[in-house]
Design a protein around this ligand. Structure first.
Ligand SMILES: *[C@@H]1O[C@H](CO)[C@@H](O)[C@H](O)[C@H]1NC(C)=O
Ligand SMILES: *[C@@H]1O[C@H](CO)[C@@H](O)[C@H](O)[C@H]1NC(C)=O
Length: 498
């Protein structure tokens, strides 16, 4: 009996694996997206180590994950506090081609690590891991760690499964039929029955795919190929990923073909602590019609926000004096704010959102805050800033729980109008409450599913047998997009006609 117990104990213990998660430089935001699943893997008994390059210390990630963040020493990195990024965030637009910029910056960061602090990198790469999870965006040193580990690797998508990856992995998705990754500020619309909109979506798909496969691929090859024996190319790396996890809850987004190596782990909600101390005292005002919370995430730095935007915020918020407003704001002192507005560099965002008195969320439309809005049943005014935030805002607006603010023409009147539209009409609240009901109404909880798939993957050595994967991932684009067959038809028609 005791022998069986010992065998069982050791067998169970051997199921615990060493897992490495590598994300983009200064990647707390992406790592934060993956943390609920990572914390779950730690609970399952695995050892999870997180790596990314940092320019300044980060807050701990918690939940028992081991951190191996490498602080780049010496001169300030050119990509840290980049004015171009600040411009894009506060005033500019992104298109498919701009996607190469963060890949370029991450490649410079990775090269700096490899050239100036190789011992830090190799100390990590010399460790043995059973499985490497790499951020789908901007992590060249992470991809190098995966290749050097000689173990199977998985791709982690911090938002939706990106269009170019779905093509590279042969998912047979038709991107003419869904809202493009980058939407225009001037025309934040998508109607599948309009030729113009579909053409825009196709152009966005071609541009983003080109951008990652040509310039981004070149920058990353230059950074890491010297240390991985020229084995890195974006397309072969992607072909070889043994699984993909993405954060977009599939129950609320555009339905798209999925496959047996693609799992969404995003539709989970967590319960926050009730409000305390100064925040509780501030919102507990019997004359208040409710609380409004404003939070823009860590990438939007108010220190570098244009004056026109800060002024519009201050003016618009001052006019909503029947509400209590909490603004997560770190930046220069603001003049002229009235006493119903509290500004604080750090706010308990989820506690405020889950408080029953909270009536409106003003946010940038990152996927984490999108999900927090749904979980807490709070309608939103989105002022999208960069990446796919405009698309998330489009989705929230089409689900009728949000309105949109264009950062480029922001005025106090415009902002007040959009906020009052939601505050004065409870249909937004009703939509988000309804959405919350089916958000995670599914056969298994997403984190349970994530935990199951990782365990199953480990059971088969990190990669499933080859027949498990789509052959489409191995085809070149000429064949994948039926160009060979179409050319044959065209040539035959030409011969018949002449
Ligand atoms: C990593 O391992 C190699 C040999 O495999 C060794 O030469 C090197 O010194 C190690 N580096 C560190 C930082 O441990
Ligand atoms: C700003 O631009 C949006 C379109 O993106 C438009 O709907 C809105 O009315 C404009 N607001 C102002 C104040 O011009």
């Amino acid at each position: 009996m005791s022998i069986i117990a010992i065998v069982f104990c050791c067998f169970a213990a051997s199921n615990a694996a060493k897992i490495l998660l590598a994300t983009m430089p200064q990647g707390r935001s992406h790592a934060g997206t993956f943390m609920p699943l990572m914390h779950r893997l730690v609970e399952d008994g695995h050892e999870v180590t997180v790596f990314f390059e940092i320019f300044r210390p980060e807050l701990p990630l918690g939940g028992g994950v081991k951190e191996n963040l490498i602080l780049l020493k010496g001169d300030n990195m050119p990509v840290d506090d980049d004015p171009m990024l600040s411009y894009i965030v506060w005033s500019g637009s992104m298109r498919g081609l701009s996607l190469a910029i963060p890949f370029y910056q991450a490649s410079i960061t990775c090269s700096a690590l490899l050239e100036k602090q190789p011992e830090d990198f190799y100390r990590l790469s010399n460790q043995t891991f059973d499985l490497v999870l790499t951020d789908s965006l901007f992590s060249p040193c992470g991809y190098a760690l995966a290749l050097l580990s000689k173990k199977p690797y998985v791709m982690m998508h911090s938002s939706d499964f990106e269009t170019f990856y779905s093509y590279l992995k042969g998912y047979g998705r038709n991107y003419a039929t869904v809202t493009p990754f980058f939407v225009d500020y001037e025309y934040p619309e998508f109607h599948v029955d309009k030729f113009y909109d579909r053409s825009g979506a196709v152009a966005d798909f071609i541009e983003t795919t080109f951008s990652v496969m040509v310039p981004a691929n070149y920058f990353m090859q230059r950074a890491i190929n010297p240390i991985v024996d020229n084995r890195y190319s974006l397309s072969t790396y992607v072909d070889q990923t043994s699984f993909s996890f993405y954060d977009m809850p599939e129950s609320i987004a555009w339905p798209m073909p999925v496959a047996n190596d693609l799992v969404s782990f995003g539709a989970h909600c967590k319960t926050a602590q009730p409000l305390k101390d100064e925040f509780e005292r501030f919102v507990a005002d019997s004359k208040s019609k409710g609380t409004i919370i404003i939070a823009f995430g860590t990438v939007c730095k108010w220190e570098v926000a244009p004056k026109r935007i800060v002024d519009a915020f201050v003016d618009a918020l001052n006019r909503l004096s029947e509400y209590r407003i909490i603004w997560g704001y770190k930046g220069p002192k603001l003049d002229g704010l009235k006493s119903h507005v509290m500004v604080h560099p750090w706010i308990p965002q989820e506690s405020i959102l889950q408080d029953k008195r909270t009536k409106l969320f003003v946010s940038h439309g990152g996927l984490k805050s999108f999900k927090e809005a749904v979980c807490s049943e709070t309608p939103v005014v989105y002022m999208p800033m960069f990446a796919e935030q405009l698309r998330n805002s489009w989705l929230a607006r089409s689900l009728h729980f949000a309105e949109f603010l264009n950062k480029k023409n922001l005025t106090a009147d415009y902002m007040e109008k959009q906020m009052r539209t939601i505050l004065d009409d409870n249909s937004y609240q009703k939509s988000v409450s309804k959405l919350r009901q089916f958000y995670n109404d599914r056969p298994s909880k997403p984190l349970d599913a994530g935990s199951f798939w990782i365990r199953r993957l480990l059971k088969y050595g990190g990669r499933m047998p080859e027949y498990f994967y789509r052959v489409g991932a191995k085809l070149n684009s000429f064949v994948y997009f039926h160009m060979d067959a179409l050319s044959l038809i065209a040539v035959s028609m030409y011969i018949v006609a002449s």
